[in-house]
Each structure stands twice: as C-alpha cells, then as structure tokens.
Design a protein around this ligand. Structure first.
Ligand SMILES: Nc1nc2c(ncn2[C@@H]2O[C@H](COP(=O)(O)OP(=O)(O)OP(=O)(O)O)[C@@H](O)[C@H]2O)c(=O)[nH]1
Ligand SMILES: [Mg+2]
Length: 432
C-alpha cells in the first residue's frame, strides 16, 4: 500500500510554525529551516511560511482563526497544494483545518513518514515504514481517506451496517496485525544473525540525520552505502568489518539517523534496526559540528538513545565536518567539554586515522587480558579464539597450546567456557 502517494503528493507547500512562550524565535526559525529541508527531501517546493506568536496552541485549529484565514489567502495566492505544520496535529485539528483551507494538511510526522516511505528500498524497511504510517494514520482517518479497501491488499468489503470509514479502519487494523507479525519474524532473523557475530568488538555509528555516518562507514570499510545531502538517506543497517591496525578489527554498523520529534511509531517499528546500536560495545555518536543547531541535535540523539534503551552504552563523540567550519574558535571549548572526543572531516579525511587510533585505545582499555591452556587434541579452538580476541602470544608445550589474548569480558567468559568444555575430557579445567 502506498499511503505516501496519497499523503504528500504535492508541488507547492506553505510551512506553518508557532512560537510559544517557552520557545525562542531563532529556535523556531531553525526548526522551520529543518522542516523546509524535510519538505525538499520529500520533493515538495516550499513557497512561503507563516509563523504565529501564541500563548498556547488552539485546540481546534492549532493556530488562531485569524491566521487560518490568512493561511487560506496565502494558499490561494500561491496556488499551494499543501500546508505543512511543524508539529503533530490532532485528528480534530486536521479535520477543522481541512474544512477551512482548501489544501492538504500535513503534519510533521506525516512528512517524515513520507520520506521514510520514499527511501525504503528493502522489504524490511518497507514493512517497518508501512506499519508506522498506518499506526499514525489510523486515529486520523477522515472521510477523505475512505476507499482504502482497494489499496489495503484489495481485501474485504463493507461489513453489514458499516460505514466506509469503519470498513477502512477495520482493514487497517488487520493490516497492522499482519505487518507486526512480519516484523516479529524479521526481528528473530536479525537476532540470530547478530548472535553469530557476537565474537567481534562491535561499534555502531549513530547520530542525527545527515551528519556523515555513512560517509565514515564507506571510508573505513569500502562499503557503498548511499551518501546524500538529504535527510534519512540510510534506513537499513549495514555491518562491515573494519581493520583498525594490524591487530585490531571491529564490526562497524551504520544505521538510520535520528531527528527532533522522530515519530514514536517509527522508533517502535524500526526497533530491530535500532537494536544494532543497542547491542554494540561502543556507540560512535557522530555530530555535524558545522550545523548551527548541533548542540540541540546532540540532545535529541541522547533522548532517542534513552528511548531505545541504549543510554548506558559507552559513547565516543565524533565531531565531523570540521572542514566546513569558517570560525574554528569554538573548537577549544568543545574539546574541554568533550575531552575524549575526536574532531574529523570524513570527506577530506582529516584526522580519520586518529579516530581509528581512538577506537583501538578504547578496545585496549576495555579488553581484559587472559591466558588459557588448550589441549593439543582441541587445537581447532585456536582458530575460534582468533576470531573472538586479539591473540598476544601463542606457545606450545608437549600436550597443550598456551594462548594469551585480549578480549571483551563477554568473550573472555565464552572462551573460558569453550576451553573448559574441551578440557573436561582431559582431566578438568586448565585455565590459568
Ligand atoms: N563538508 C563535509 N561534508 C560531509 C562530511 N561528511 C559527510 N559530508 C556530507 O554530508 C552529507 C550527508 O552525509 P551522509 O554520510 O549521507 O550522512 P548520514 O549521517 O549517513 O545521513 P542519513 O543516512 O541521511 O541519516 C553528504 O552530502 C556528505 O557528502 C565532511 O566531513 N565534510
Ligand atoms: Mg546514512
């Protein structure tokens, strides 16, 4: 089902923002410029914007009635096909605004969902987006959405005594259930795949959208992840091996970016994608230091990390795009604030080697050193251990191989278990 084709198929649009007492005007301007970027990514041309100062939002129409009239005049003057609000609207607000303004009313989540739908390439991403779209749509279903039955798999007809709207709601609920089941299956597959990779040290590139995560991924791994100067170019996770130096290799993953007010339906349905970050040993929090609102973007990312249960993970801050900084005076204070951070330019490859060194340093700091004795009869274990740890020394005696290695504590325990099991048949535990 292509909800997005129904939702945002417009040419010209007007943006609407509200300045409440808690907001500062420049912040709202910043938000609107992000909304404009979102609109451009969705293929919409923004012709004008309307900003209103208000004490509180109007529960019926979001903006005041005078502004609604002004908006209708703007829509006429520009022949605009849509009005995009920088907030989520209630079903009643959408209904009322649609009555008063002869244009499609789009809220922030609908726009973001539309971009996700346009960028979804794989079956998983398409399923995740469709689920989020339907969940967002369900409570907002108005008469103009009726006759979805043809689109929702072409199933079902109107039940006895049901209005078309009720039929559509029922069909959407059924479809949501199907998609949920499908995602649970995908989740299980991904979990199994991740378990298979658990041996290696895993770092995950996370951050606000468009900060350069995929650029770093491609630079380090030679992967060919799509890099674009637009929002949400990446939806599916990519995982690659990255050699840091002659002895240290990590598994690096690149995943979907975050944004202010990310629709919670998206966070929920992208859970299996975001788990890539939740289960990493280290998060590389990439920041576009050349963006005027990067401080706020850091906060937004930290909030999403909390929401997905990854707030306690070790984080290495990576300030990217330093080549775009005209004024470098803020760098020293940032360095003081984030003494562990790395300042790089991924496209110009400035200090990217330093980032690798920092990763090695982190691994070293968090790796524990262990020595095990492996019976010669189980020499096959040695290869396995090489895949799970950095082997520092390998010595042979008449009956055993003595290996000294460094690994995460989790892998140390796994290796101990493997060696214990192997040596059980050889007279008990032989761990030093
Ligand atoms: N000037 C400059 N541009 C960069 C740098 N790193 C990335 N970019 C550009 O920033 C834009 C976004 O880069 P991506 O790597 O796609 O960003 P992302 O974080 O993966 O974005 P999403 O997947 O959309 O969330 C692209 O146009 C890149 O060429 C950098 O160090 N300097
Ligand atoms: Mg990307």
């Amino acid at each position: 089902m292509n909800i997005h084709e129904v939702a945002v198929e417009v040419e010209k649009a007007i943006l609407v923002g509200v300045v409440l007492p808690k907001d500062r005007r420049w912040e709202v301007d910043e938000y609107l410029s992000e909304l404009q970027q979102l609109a451009a990514t969705a293929g919409v041309e923004v012709v004008d914007q309307l900003v209103q100062d208000r004490q509180r939002l109007d529960p019926a129409t979001f903006i005041g009635s005078g502004k609604v009239e002004e908006l209708q005049q703007m829509v006429n003057a520009y022949q605009a096909k849509a009005v995009i609000f920088d907030e989520d609207l209630t079903p009643a607000q959408i209904r009322n605004l649609e009555k008063a303004i002869k244009a499609k009313i789009i809220d922030r989540s609908t726009l973001i969902l539309d971009i996700f739908a346009k960028h979804a390439r794989t079956r998983t991403a398409k399923t995740q987006v469709e689920l989020a779209q339907l969940q967002h749509l369900l409570p907002r279903l108005t008469r103009q959405w009726t006759h979805l039955s043809r689109q929702v798999g072409g199933i079902g007809t109107k039940g006895p005594g049901e209005t078309q709207l009720e039929t559509d709601r029922r069909l959407i609920r059924t479809r949501i259930e199907t998609l949920r089941r499908e995602l649970a299956r995908i989740d299980l597959q991904r979990q199994t795949r991740r378990k298979g990779r658990q041996e290696s040290f895993r770092a995950s590139l996370i951050g606000y959208t468009n900060v350069g995560k995929s650029t770093i991924m491609n630079l380090f791994s030679g992967a060919e992840v799509l890099v674009e100067d637009q929002l949400f170019a990446t939806l599916d996770p990519t995982v690659r091996q990255v050699p840091l130096d002659s002895t240290h290799t990590i598994l690096l993953s690149d995943t979907v970016g975050f944004i202010r007010k990310l629709p919670h339906q998206l966070v929920e349905s992208f859970k299996s994608t975001l788990d890539e970050a939740v289960e990493a040993d280290l998060l590389l929090h990439v920041v576009d230091v050349s963006h005027p609102a990067f401080h706020e973007q850091i906060q937004v990312v930290n909030e999403v990390l909390k929401e997905i249960g990854a707030a306690q993970k070790p984080v290495l801050m990576v300030f990217n795009k330093i080549d775009r900084l005209k004024e470098k005076t803020m760098l020293p204070s940032l360095k003081r604030q984030y003494p562990q951070a790395v300042f790089i330019s991924a496209t110009r490859q400035i200090r990217t080697e330093k980032l690798k060194q920092e990763l090695v340093r982190f691994m070293e700091k968090n790796f524990v050193k262990t020595t095990v004795k492996i019976p010669l009869t189980h020499a096959g274990l040695v290869n396995q251990i090489y895949g799970m740890a950095v082997v520092l020394q390998q010595k042979y005696t008449e009956h055993e191989i003595i290996l000294t290695f460094k690994s995460t504590a989790v892998n140390r325990d796994k290796i101990r278990y493997l060696v214990d099991s192997a040596s059980a048949g050889n007279g008990g535990c032989v761990i030093c």
